[in-house]
Write a protein that binds this ligand. Structure first.
Ligand code: SF4
Length: 105
């Protein structure tokens, strides 16, 4: 079950993104309990992924999730761990005043 605060945040985020992400109007997950896409730690992501693979916007969803480094839940048929494997670990932001090239060295 998604904690109430997280669910409220996600609902607001989805609403705010609706204008920027018109493909979400065709998202299969909009018709199903959102808890399925945010399983408890150790819970199975298989049911959500199975639905994603039937979703007409899976490729777009996956591309945007990878491009935006979505951290939580199943997106485009990929779990958080699977997305991290593709994009790599998120680098911490450099301290103010330090350029990223210097911080990465
Ligand atoms: S691919 Fe999965 S997460 Fe993405 S819009 Fe479709 S059902 Fe939702």
């Amino acid at each position: 079950m998604v904690p109430a605060g997280v669910a409220a945040f996600l609902s607001a985020a989805v609403a705010a993104d609706a204008a920027d992400r018109p493909w979400q109007a065709r998202a299969l997950c909009a018709e199903v309990d959102p808890d399925l896409w945010f399983p408890e730690k150790g819970g199975s992501t298989a049911p959500a992924k199975a639905l994603c693979h039937q979703c007409p916007v899976m490729q777009t969803c996956r591309s945007e999730a990878l491009a935006n480094d979505e951290r939580h839940g199943v997106w485009g048929g990929l779990s958080e761990r699977e997305r991290r494997r593709i994009v790599g670990p998120r680098r911490p932001a450099p301290a103010p005043g330090i350029r990223r090239e210097v911080a990465a060295a």
